[in-house]
Design a protein. Structure first.
Lengths: 329, 329
């Protein structure tokens, strides 16, 4: 571990719809310790902000540090975020609208706070630590409950006019496909997210499909997770294999579309589904993507799975915290 | 017209698969005169380059100028173009691969040549002259025989890793849709280009569909053009109206996707189909695009039809020529 002076620690916060995850990092962005609590969004934003505060304290305490030794904190929030005003403009998963997250957290914590959209922050985390900020252009694709993305263009985060760029989960790729949570049909998210995978499995099982999953979890597939799909496939479950393969094919088409549109140097896939199923999905994703990209467009482009897994958000949070602290120096 | 010194004229060249179109501009980018010849791509690139040279001379002569008074020339070519080496890397419509267009043209014309991809050049033309380079981010969508696009991000053309960014025509939006020229199914281009519109009309007419178009052009619809569709709709042809409406709906979905992905400040639509059918298509495109964009993402974003029409390419050519000349000063 690099030697870190007093006050040279950073905290990254991953604020999700279901859980809050925090991590303490030294100045070389080594992870020292983490904490986790449920979000309890239904209790309202004041309660959630207090839970973030407690979760930061828990991680700091876990590392035998005190809040006074934390130089800056970076928070990723799910939705449209304005980093300048420090407000979460719109976060449907939290039921938040115009919440002054930065101001409220600074009041509680007395440490400078930076905020960003969660997928942007994961992209920044991957870009700075896994890719060492080398590629000029990069696209991050995160597949979990939903699907989101982040764009690095000419070495900088690109967030567009309303700071909502990267909503690649709502790219329609099958106009007559299944209904998406957003109201449209056949969005990438409705075809390849964990929600889409699980819905396909639940529907088939109800219709009498045999699968090892019911042996593992009971007839109602309670507490089904992405990792269960991996285990079922490795035990030879052809049905689960086909469902995951189909999601990988749709992901490949989406990646092909994005190569045609953006032509980024590197495409990194992350999120819970990729973390659990990279071995099963990545080869298919890459093959289909190169097939759907126009001739010449995918030459030299790298398509890879992130190794940061669930930590991409807290790493990215620490990166933006450190950047903000350096600007202030 | 602004006063222009001797030698302060620029030529823009739009090199297409079927025609070469050239325009002479003064230093304020006022169009002084044009010329047009067929491309005759089947004769090979030497012959095409000679035709470009003659078409430039024709336009210059049309304006009572001589080549010596031309300061710089900008050429838009259909395909992947490397502006630095001056090569057309890959242009399927011309059957060109690694053609040193800049070098060959400079040999003939003795005037500095700049080259760019045709859709990029149209986007630059629209951005600099119609939008006065005001928006930070802009997306150009050009719908003609095919569909292409260009991206202005943070005030500069963005062309990606292999200089092929903006191939939005090959974004799959209906994975089970009609076959595209690229080999995939349901690309935006296979659903809403002039080729797609005409194919749908020809197929329906062969199957017995009644339409005013056959009264206008005969039973084989010879020499069918986008303008004929407009005339048929204005004479009350419900079938043609429905075909054009469907293309507008697909275009709206594509624009919605691109708002979700990029979140540009302005989206400008151009090309022959839009030039002929803007009144019939734009309202539908805007409505569907805002419907498919996530809540909040399209706020304040302008979606408009270009007024440059067929001149976007030559205007953009003059813009890059002028830029290159200014850099050399």
């Amino acid at each position: 571990m690099a030697e870190t002076e007093k006050g040279e620690y950073y905290v990254g916060v991953d604020l999700g719809g279901t859980k809050i995850y925090t991590g303490v990092f030294d100045s070389s962005l080594n992870l020292l310790g983490t904490a986790r609590v449920s979000t309890k969004a239904q209790r309202g934003h004041d309660a959630v902000i207090e839970r973030i505060y407690r979760c930061v304290q828990d991680a700091v305490d876990e590392c035998d540090l005190s809040l006074k030794q934390i130089r800056a904190i970076g928070v990723g929030a799910p939705g449209a975020v304005d980093p300048e005003s420090g407000k979460v403009i719109f976060a449907p998963n939290l039921d938040w609208k115009d919440v002054p997250l930065k101001k409220e957290l600074e009041k509680h914590l007395d440490v400078p706070i930076s905020i960003e959209n969660d997928c942007n922050i994961c992209t920044i985390g991957v870009y700075e630590t896994e890719l060492k900020a080398k590629p000029k252009n990069m696209l991050g694709i995160f597949i979990g409950t939903g699907i989101g993305g982040g764009l690095i263009l000419n070495g900088h985060l690109y967030s567009g006019f309303n700071r909502t760029a990267g909503e690649i989960g709502h790219m329609v790729i099958d106009v007559n496909g299944p209904k998406c949570g957003c109201g449209n049909n056949g969005c990438f998210e409705a075809l390849a997210s964990r929600t889409a995978l699980f819905r396909r499995i639940h529907t088939a099982v109800k219709a009498g499909q045999k699968t090892i999953l019911t042996d593992m979890l009971g007839p109602n597939l309670e507490d089904l997770r992405s990792g269960n799909l991996r285990k079922a496939i490795r035990r030879g479950d052809k049905f689960v294999d086909r469902v995951v393969e189909e999601a990988a094919e749709y992901t490949g088409i989406a990646v092909g579309n994005l190569i045609n549109i953006f032509n980024p140097e590197v495409i990194v896939l992350g999120g819970g589904v990729i973390e659990a199923l990279a071995d099963e999905m990545m080869a298919i994703i890459i093959e289909i993507a190169k097939d759907y990209a126009l001739p010449g467009t995918s030459k030299g482009i790298e398509i890879m799975a992130s190794k940061l897994g669930d930590d991409a958000g807290i790493v990215g949070g620490a990166v933006i915290a450190k950047r903000a602290a350096k600007v202030k120096e």
